[in-house]
Design a protein around this ligand. Structure first.
Ligand SMILES: [Ca+2]
Ligand SMILES: [Ca+2]
Length: 242
């Protein structure tokens, strides 16, 4: 077994000390539990924070939907039956619509224009925040849909948008999502869109949006352990000198 000499341990101890001195992760996004309703979030279209038994932090989940407030999107249910807030979803593929609200190019949400698969309307929640150090973003999600193709080609889509990069979240069901963010300014949005037609509404639920310090790689753990050993060794030597 390789046992480093003490002088070689000094940089490791220094790194350990620096690591402990890194600024704390900024407590943003704010209200990631949605226990304070949609405070802190920009609402684009139809969304509401509702008491939901499957909530993973507190009792509420933010739900984002594609159902019109006034039109029959989900026959035989009445007009607006699945709408969450009384607000209409925003148009997609039209100036001043959902893409504009998200800071995306017009057409960026169309799944496959080459195959004439376009998005029709949708809704999103958005928040801008700053991180002072590399940070892991985490959230939990749920998708309910009346569209049999939801999450598949040609069907409704739910997505997370991080700094302009769209990632689909999948079909009906639930899951957790994590991504590493660098230090700096970030734009985070959760959204859901009706694809191909405005019928058969889809709903995306979000809860427990958190930032946490990244877990060090195993090699860094080894370095930190070496640093701790060096600190311990130094403390022990000092106590022996008394
Ligand atoms: Ca919650
Ligand atoms: Ca709709």
């Amino acid at each position: 077994m390789f046992i480093p000499r003490l002088p070689e341990l000094r940089p490791a101890a220094l790194l350990l000390a620096l690591g402990l001195a890194l600024p704390a992760v900024q407590a943003a996004p704010i209200n990631g539990s949605f226990e304070a309703g949609l405070n802190g979030w920009t609402v684009l279209g139809d969304a509401a924070a509702l008491a939901s038994p499957q909530a993973t932090e507190g009792s509420r989940i933010a739900w984002i939907g594609t159902a019109s407030a006034s039109l029959v999107d989900d026959a035989p249910q009445a007009a607006g039956a699945l709408n969450l807030s009384g607000q209409e979803p925003l148009a997609v593929g039209q100036p001043g619509g959902l893409e504009a609200g998200l800071g995306l190019m017009l057409g960026a949400l169309d799944p496959d224009p080459a195959l004439f698969i376009f998005a029709i309307e949708g809704s999103a929640l958005l928040q801008d925040f700053v991180t002072l150090a590399p940070t892991v973003l985490h959230f939990d999600w749920w998708i309910d849909s009346a569209d049999p193709l939801a999450g598949q080609a040609g069907g409704d889509q739910a997505f997370v948008l991080i700094d302009g990069v769209l990632s689909p979240l999948g079909g009906p069901g639930s899951g957790s999502f994590s991504a590493l963010l660098g230090a700096g300014s970030h734009r985070l949005a959760f959204g859901v869109i009706d694809v191909a037609d405005a019928l058969g509404s889809t709903r995306l639920g979000i809860d427990a949006v958190h930032l946490t310090a990244p877990v060090p790689e195993p090699k860094n753990w080894a370095l930190m352990a070496a640093g701790l050993a060096a600190v311990g060794f130094t403390v022990q030597r000092r106590s022996h000198r008394r």
